[in-house]
Design a protein around this ligand. Structure first.
Ligand code: GTB
Length: 216
């Protein structure tokens, strides 16, 4: 059955792969599943046809036959459960990989995403610097703990899993920032993720959308 996902027609990140369709594209590439992409304008996101698929009017969504899903974590979990390569066979190892998926989205991503939003939306507020410090301290705590746990392993729990896939996409938002540079173990972890052929295919596919929308 054909898989169709949605993505921004014109991503504000200009093809850096930071929007959340990237993690779905990467999961599909790891699973070896072909997919189509429906590109949406910001206006189309809030129209009834898309709201029926994604109640909050966001990308990404996932359609396959009768199934429609929203929420990048739920979509990646679905892909990982249906296809090989993203979750271990052993039941306990599988549960631990899923725990890392939740940790990426619930524990590590929130302060990183809030910092990104603050840098865009709150820069002119009188309390901006103070808020940034609070957010960066909280990111530092998460990165410190994650870095200690990863140690000198390649991946968070044995073989590469959907937990690593989500964690790397979350950390990528800090790529090139002094914050990530403070944790060389994590910079190297992110680089290992980016070096995976499936990551590269997914990245190139989302970049091609931006390039086609902005020729020259
Ligand atoms: N919980 C949902 C999920 O995981 O799928 C959240 C989805 C979400 O945040 N979607 C964003 C969206 O559709 C795009 S990814 N926003 C439009 C809207 O809410 O109207 C977040 C995002 C947006 C832009 C950049 N960027 O430009 O760098 C990065 C990430």
């Amino acid at each position: 059955m054909t898989i169709t996902i949605t993505a921004f027609e014109r991503s504000p990140d200009r093809g850096k792969g930071l929007a959340r369709d990237m993690r779905v594209r990467w999961a599909l590439e790891e699973a070896g599943q072909p997919y189509g992409v429906r590109l949406l304008s910001f206006k189309a996101l809030k129209e009834p046809a898309h709201l029926a698929l994604q109640p909050f009017g966001q990308i990404p969504t996932y359609e396959e036959g009768d199934l429609a899903l929203f929420g990048s974590g739920a979509i990646v979990l679905h892909i990982a459960e249906r296809h090989g390569g993203l979750l271990p066979e052993d039941a306990n190892a599988r549960a631990r990989a899923i725990a890392w998926m939740f940790a990426a989205l619930n524990t590590v991503e929130p302060p990183i995403f809030d910092r990104a939003l603050a840098r865009i939306l709150e820069r002119d507020e009188p309390w901006y610097e103070q808020r940034l410090r609070v957010l960066e301290d909280s990111i530092r705590k998460r990165l410190g703990a994650l870095s200690s746990r990863l140690g000198d392993a390649d991946w968070l729990d044995g073989a590469f899993s959907a937990g690593d896939l989500l964690m790397v996409t979350v950390l990528l938002r800090l790529k090139g920032s002094a914050l990530l540079d403070e944790f060389p173990t994590l910079s190297a972890y992110v680089a290992r993720g980016e070096a995976r052929p499936a990551y590269k295919r997914a990245f190139d596919a989302q970049l091609a959308v931006f390039t086609a929308a902005s020729p020259g």
